[in-house]
Write a protein that binds this ligand. Structure first.
Ligand code: PHE
Length: 337
């Protein structure tokens, strides 16, 4: 009886162990055969009931069986542990690594960096002012009459009677001139706010770069030369541009600078409203009243100022048709730059 069982277990074990491939199966086999309640232990229990004469002989057989199975088990365990660890080493080292997403500067920051570097090359320094601005600096000191439409609730975010979110970077001109005596030559970048309906062309918040140069004998020709040089460095040497008379309360005379439409190359299309031209900035000679407001001698000094929208000039350079994409942080847009 016992002898038969021994043979059976031996057979089963050799079949089962030949099918072992991994640690989990190995452990299951160990529990089945070698644990306290396993098959090998059950044979030793049966031994107790065996015939007295046969006992020593059967005991020997059982011990041999146990060490035989144990030996086979150990050999297979060795093989499994080798193949398990070789699985880990078995990687193709020539495969490319996992791609990491590397961030980059926002396109507006890149554009501003480029503007700064061009103007620094022409002798301008960088000066900044706050986004929360006094009504006085934003309007009055810039020669806006009290009933000027730009002061209207439509355009300005009023914080109180006295303070507004600046609607342009021009109030930084006032701060700069109050702080420094002429000659001054600086650009003033920053965020501005306008209470306008959000659309593909306008947003309630955007960025401008202001420029100001005040000295004795500054002329409109210098203004044109400086802005032409900027535009060519920024958009390329083949650029065509023109200056068109305009009006701003704080400059006299005033002008706007246009460049040829990047879509139709001047032929006329929807984007340029069939004029062939796109406006990129406002500019002019500093109004003598503004000099009065900052205690600059307007008999002695002249100056020019200009202001451009950073979104706008980036849109024209890169063919971006909707201003809102700058502020949505859509990764698909950002990663193109
Ligand atoms: N501040 C004007 C605007 O926001 C631009 C400008 C700046 C015009 C300086 C003339 C001189 O439209």
């Amino acid at each position: 009886m016992l002898q038969e069982k021994i043979e059976q277990i031996k057979k089963d074990f050799s079949i089962e162990i030949s099918n072992i491939n991994n640690d989990k199966q190995l452990e299951e086999l160990r529990v089945k055969y070698f644990s306290k309640n396993g098959l090998v232990a059950s044979l030793f229990i049966l031994l107790k009931d065996a015939n007295k004469d046969e006992k020593p002989q059967l005991g020997k057989v059982l011990n041999t069986l146990r060490s035989e199975l144990q030996n086979q088990f150990n050999i297979v365990r060795e093989q499994v542990s080798k193949s398990e660890s070789s699985k880990n080493i078995n990687v193709d080292l020539s495969l490319p690594g996992l791609e990491r997403n590397v961030g980059s500067k926002h396109i507006l920051t890149q554009t501003l960096d480029e503007i700064k570097s061009i103007f620094k090359g022409m002798g301008f320094s960088v000066f900044e002012g706050p986004e929360l601005e006094s009504d006085y600096n934003n309007f009055e000191a810039l020669n806006f009459p009290p009933d000027h439409p730009a002061r209207d609730m439509q355009d300005t975010f009023f914080i109180s009677d006295e303070f507004v979110l600046r609607t342009h970077t021009s109030p930084v001109q006032i701060r700069l001139m109050k702080e420094q005596k002429p000659p001054v030559r600086a650009i003033m970048p920053g965020r501005v706010y306008r209470n306008e309906a959000v659309s593909s062309r306008s947003y309630c918040m955007f960025h401008q770069v202001e420029g100001l140069y005040v000295d004795t004998d500054v002329t409109f020709a210098e203004l044109k030369g400086t802005l032409a040089s900027f535009a060519k460095q920024f958009y390329g040497n083949n650029l065509k541009f023109r200056f068109r008379p305009s009006f701003f309360p704080f400059t006299e005379p005033s002008a706007e600078m246009d460049i040829t439409c990047f879509i139709c190359n001047g032929a006329g299309c929807k984007i340029c409203k069939h004029t062939g031209w796109l406006e990129i900035l406002g500019c002019g000679m500093v109004d003598p009243n503004v000099f009065d407001n900052v205690n600059y001698d307007n008999e002695k000094y002249t100056g020019y100022a200009f202001g451009m929208g950073i979104e706008r000039i980036a849109m024209l350079k890169y063919g971006i048709k909707d201003i809102r994409v700058f502020f949505e942080n859509d990764y698909r847009f950002l990663k193109q730059f």
